[in-house]
Write a protein that binds this ligand. Structure first.
Ligand SMILES: [Zn+2]
Length: 233
């Protein structure tokens, strides 16, 4: 008698388990969990290679021309950011100034053209690439500047500078306010990096190596990962 009761109980448990399984299968088929398949829109970043065309920028102690090395670093940064999924727009991708050949003031004409590219891009960030120069040849290290009075530009600039301090042996410092047209011509988050000093012979040599270029590019990219991960939705 006891044995028979146990048998019935067993059958009941199997039946209940089967029912649960069938209900589960039914729910999974007709009420699938909705997973959003819409990817987050990529952030647009404008990379501005400083100078170009008749404006060479500064010249290194051993002859490096700033406009040329700015472009090399900008292209390397573009490639790395595109690989990371960002939408990148360059203000220039060859050695041409952006000025109108007939303009009387080519510097203003060039700056206006850069501003128009930024405005049309509606970017999450503008990053301008330059090389530094100073009368004292011992000055060295990558430095970051940000748009006056803009907390987002300041946050981003400080993250980049921190990254330079860590990965590129830059002297321990914070980003500074930069009085540059490219930073203050729009309301977009804007930073300007001076990757190193062409007036320092050792740094000029280093800036011309792929190894250092990659260090700078990687430092900027890891700072932007932090910036877009933490500061921008
Ligand atoms: Zn410059």
């Amino acid at each position: 008698m006891k044995h028979k009761f146990l048998k019935i109980k067993k059958k009941l448990i199997v039946a209940v388990l089967l029912c649960i399984l069938l209900i589960g299968l039914f729910c999974a088929t007709y009420f699938p969990i909705k997973v959003s398949s819409t990817p987050k829109p990529a952030h647009t970043i404008v990379i501005d290679a400083g100078h170009g065309g008749r404006d060479g920028g500064s010249v290194g102690v051993n002859g490096t021309i700033e406009k040329e090395i700015n472009l090399e670093y900008s292209i390397a940064l573009r490639d790395k950011l595109v690989q990371a999924g960002y939408n990148v727009i360059m203000t220039r991708s060859d050695d041409k100034g952006l000025y109108d050949e007939n303009a009387t003031n080519k510097k203003i004409s060039d700056m206006k053209a850069r501003f128009n590219i930024i405005r049309q891009a509606n970017p999450s960030l503008v990053i301008s690439i330059h090389m530094n120069s100073f009368t004292n040849s011992s000055a060295k290290g990558a430095l970051t500047y940000y748009r006056t009075g803009d907390p987002a530009s300041r946050t981003c600039g400080n993250l980049i500078q921190k990254s330079f301090n860590t990965y590129c042996n830059a002297r321990s410092t914070s980003a500074s306010v930069g009085d540059y047209f490219i930073l203050n011509c729009s309301y977009y988050t804007s930073v300007l990096v001076e990757c190193g000093f062409l007036s320092n012979p050792e740094e000029e040599r280093m800036l011309n190596t792929d190894e250092y270029k990659n260090k700078i590019v990687n430092a900027i990219c890891s700072a932007l990962t932090l910036y877009f991960g933490n500061s921008v939705n």
